[in-house]
Design a protein around this ligand. Sequence first.
Ligand code: G6P
Length: 466
Amino acid sequence: MNRLIVVSNRVNPPSGEGDESVGGLAMALAAALREYSGLWFGWSGKTTPEFTGQLNIEKVGGVTAATVDLEETDLDEYYNGYANKTLWPLFHYRNDLAAFDRSYGEGYRRVNCRFADTLAPLIEPDDLIWIHDYHLIPLGRELRKLGVKNRIGFFLHIPWPAHQVFINLPRHRQLVEAMFDYDLVGFQTAEHQQAFEEYVLSEAGGSQPEPGVLEAFGRRVEVGAFPIGIDAEDFARLLRNSRARRMRDLMTACTVFRHLIVGVDRLDYSKGLEERFLGFERFLTENPDMRREVLMLQIAPVSRESVEAYQQIRERLDSLSGRINGAFADVDWAPIRYVNKNYRRDELAGIYGAARVGLVTPLRDGMNLVAKEFVAAQNPEDPGVLVLSRFAGAARQMPDALLVNPNSAEEISDALKRALAMDKAERIRRWSALFETVQREDVTAWRDAFVQALAGQKAQAPALAS
Ligand code: G6P
């Protein structure tokens, strides 16, 4: 079996069994690396005044992690700059927040070159190389320049935007051309894949000789939709652990006679948190009789704090949650509990399990795994209801959720009302369909479909390509 080399900006394998501090995706990639005995390469999370290219290699929880420190300027221009001030907002349809600064583009190219230079000597001839996410789009191209002939795949975790949105990016053609140095490019949904294809056909003079294959820039690449899932089996284990149960009991105890509505998101403007609070405010205004029957818990750990747009959204949410609580709270009840702390996966599982409604309303999202974890955490005999944005990649696989337009306070308010009034039979029917999909289309199916397709084996068509 080929070795697998996973490359991503962040490298965070769990330290071992029972380490629930890292996210579900990290757990899954670590499991894949143990199976394929490969290594995980990326940024160490540290900076030095000057780039040294020195590799840090450590074995963490059975996974070999090879990381490199970046220079302080790299952090500004590559991570905070091109990745998070240019690509992230644009790919999430926030052209108004996107900054186009030549130094960011240069930093992005420089770091991708540095990663390629450091990684190339570690590559053996039969290794499969799997590169992740928007930070590293040109890495394949840089590796090819160094003579790497291996099969290289790229998976984009965030949306690929519609053609007319994407062309706002200066030098957009260069970025797309770099994607033709991969053997396989994977997207979360067929919609993202189609947006990419449309660009290639209409803007880059490319052609599509057969479905799932594109030719342009004198090269050929396979493309596909590989919707990421959660590790449903591991999640079931997590639910049974004592921390998860303690948290569920705690949340149940502090919401006696009330319904818990829960949202968990990184504090990011793409997550629709302001719109969500406004939707909840509207619900409180329109349903005075239900006010004291609900409690909304929004967990939103802070993220990318050096970027101004993140500081601004944080301020707006502080003020909005304060305003709503000020207007509606009573001496013994406040409608919103807004928490910026980070929680472990097992604690979150316990919180989801105690909730009647999961409110997952990003304005745009590649997939959204919170929606899937919420479903996996429900009690089959009395499950909660998922209210989900139609603009999350997950919506395609989860038609039995209550799908809403996350920009509309009215739709969020109506969906909350409907979810809270929904009888048990309907809740069970909807939940069973959702849970079946979450279990079947899990992270192992995602990983195996991608790796098999990358290895050039006749992969079963990714189950959810349509
Ligand atoms: C999104 C991206 C990931 C990223 C994560 C956390 O899910 O797709 O690539 O790692 O956000 O963001 P951060 O900037 O903290 O790595």
